[in-house]
Structure formats: C-alpha cells, structure tokens
Design a protein around this ligand. Structure first.
Ligand code: ATP
Length: 293
C-alpha cells in the first residue's frame, strides 16, 4: 500500500438475511483528505462505516488500515480511529468534562489540553450534563471526544443530520480546519451533495451497497454527462459506462454516461445530444435505478 493511502477496503461485503447491504466495496482514502461518502437512505453507508470501526464483521473482504490488512478491525487498530456515530449516546448525568475523563481511560494518547481546546472552539459547555445539551451540541461533544486522542483517521456517520443550517456550517468548517491543522484524514457520510461539495476533496457514491463512483468532484463533473438520443439501443464504445437510463420530462429517453473527460471531445456523440449535468443531477443518476424505456 503506498504511504499516501491510509485506508483501503478490498471487496468489503456484508448481508443481512437476503439483503446485501454492502457489496464488494473498494474504498481508498488518502492521507490528509476529507472524503465524502455519499448515498441515499439505505445505500449501505452506516454498514460500511461500522465494519471500518470493527463494530460489525464483514462477510467477505478485508480492511487495510495504515498498511495492516485485517478481516475485522480490532482494538489495536481502533486506536488509530476516531468515530462519531449517527446517534450520540452518552451517560446523561455526565458533564462534558466528566465524559472526557471517562473516555480518556481508553486511549493512552488522550490529550486533555486538546480536548479542552476543542470544547472551547466547538462552544460546548464543560459543566453542563449531557442530557441538557441540544442535539447539535451533543454532536459537537462527540466530535471533541473523537478527536482528543488525535486519531489519524476520523470516521463520521452523517454527523450533520440533525443540525440546523448554521450549526451544520460551523461543524463542517471545524472539521475542515481540524484536518488541515492536524493533517488528519476524515471520512464522513452524507446524503447531501451540497455539503459534500463544500468540504470533500474526494468522494465515493454508494448505491444499493455498491460503490458506483470514487474520485474527485472535478472528475465526476467532467466525466459524467447526459446524452439525449433517439437510438437508445446502440452499444457503447469501449471506455464508456452507462450510469443510468432516464426518461426526460418530454418523454424522450436519455443515457447518463461516464467516460474519461478527454473522451467527451472525440465526437463519439453529436455535440447537440450531449448535456452537462448539475452535481445534484449527477449524484441522482448514480444513486437511482434506471427508468424503464
Ligand atoms: N442490523 C440490520 N439488520 C437488518 N438489516 C439491516 C441492518 N442494518 C442495516 N440493514 C439494512 O442494510 C441496508 C443498508 O443500511 P445502512 O444503514 O447501512 O444504510 P445507510 O446508507 O447508512 O442509510 P441511512 O442514510 O438511512 O442511514 C438497508 O437495507 C438496511 O435496511
């Protein structure tokens, strides 16, 4: 594994009964980046992140974290990870300061000065009981608790889901600053393209358990376009991938296609049939099944 890759998964797979929640996922996270893990409800994001955290066992596949390849992440690897889950569950009677003391017991590298700095930056009152904190403040407390042992990799499961627009903004700014300041890597899941666009260097799009795209937002924008065609049956030239068949509002059928950015200028399709797509529409093309023709 090259040293600029901090985490890689190899064919990560997990089923619940007959449903493959995660199906052969190959993630690649590079050091120092914010990676946005996009997918609609039920796409398999939480299941993937829980396997990365060692909370769930993979049925198949392996996780390579800082060069060490395992089927299930164990205690030794967890020291390298900080985790903010969807629901922040704390002992309700404990204050932020007490929770810090409690969590510090699990991490030899715990840095209490850093924890206190984070509480200040995040505006979390140190002496108020967790039960009395708002959802947004609880999420920020979760972030401070996850960061204070200075993990090289931070994993956040839809951290902004319950936050109002201002709190969401603040949270994302702090996440981005933290990554820049400490050289950490962050993997965060979301179903909002807009927020991923604001902070992520690279993204992965998950749909029905499969990773449909992985790369930079620029690559995504330049490589994915819509081709409106009369003759839909024509086979695609080599190097082109069908993302989705779409029925347009006027009833015509179109194909959203992926190809290297240069391929779009080779004249494979008449220019008048090619339409650029907004990022939102590109995401929807990857995250929805094809329309019937
Ligand atoms: N413990 C479980 N038992 C049975 N099915 C499960 C379990 N956990 C997840 N699933 C199923 O696996 C699929 C993926 O769920 P997952 O929670 O990973 O998706 P998600 O992308 O995180 O969704 P959301 O954005 O709604 O949190 C869904 O079909 C879900 O119903």
């Amino acid at each position: 594994m090259s040293s600029d890759v901090i985490l890689r998964t190899h064919g990560l797979t997990r089923a619940f009964h007959q449903v493959k929640a995660v199906d052969g996922v190959d993630l690649e996270l590079r050091r120092g980046e914010v990676y946005g893990f996009l997918g609609r409800n039920g796409a398999g994001k939480t299941t993937t992140l829980r396997m990365l955290m060692g909370i769930l066992r993979a049925d198949q596949g392996e996780i390579e974290l800082m060069g060490e390849r395992v089927r299930r992440v164990g205690i030794a690897q967890k020291r390298h990870l900080g985790y903010v889950s969807q629901e922040q569950v704390f002992y309700p009677w404990m204050t932020a300061r007490e929770l810090g003391r409690f969590v510090s017991g699990f991490f030899a590298q715990w840095d209490d000065t850093e924890f206190q700095r984070l509480l200040r930056v995040l505006d979390v009152p140190e002496t108020r009981k967790a039960a009395q904190l708002s959802g947004g403040t609880r999420m920020k407390l979760g972030l401070a608790l996850a960061l204070a042992h200075r993990p090289p990799l931070l994993i956040l499961d839809e951290p902004t889901a319950g936050l109002d627009p201002v709190a969401r903004r603040e949270f994302l700014d702090i996440l981005r600053d933290q990554v820049r300041r400490e050289g950490q890597t962050a993997l965060f899941s979301s179903h909002l393209v807009g927020e991923v666009e604001e902070v992520a260097h690279r993204i992965g799009i998950l749909h029905e358990g499969r990773l449909r795209f992985q790369g930079s937002l620029d690559t995504l924008r330049q490589s994915t376009r819509r081709v409106v065609e009369e003759a839909m049956g024509a086979p695609l030239p080599a190097g082109w991938t069908l993302v989705r068949r779409e029925r347009l509002e006027d009833g015509r059928m179109a194909r959203v296609l992926f190809a290297e950015p240069e391929a779009w200028s080779t004249g494979a399709f008449p220019p008048e049939t090619v339409e650029p797509l907004s990022l939102e529409n590109i995401f929807l093309a990857y995250a929805r099944r094809s329309d019937e023709s």
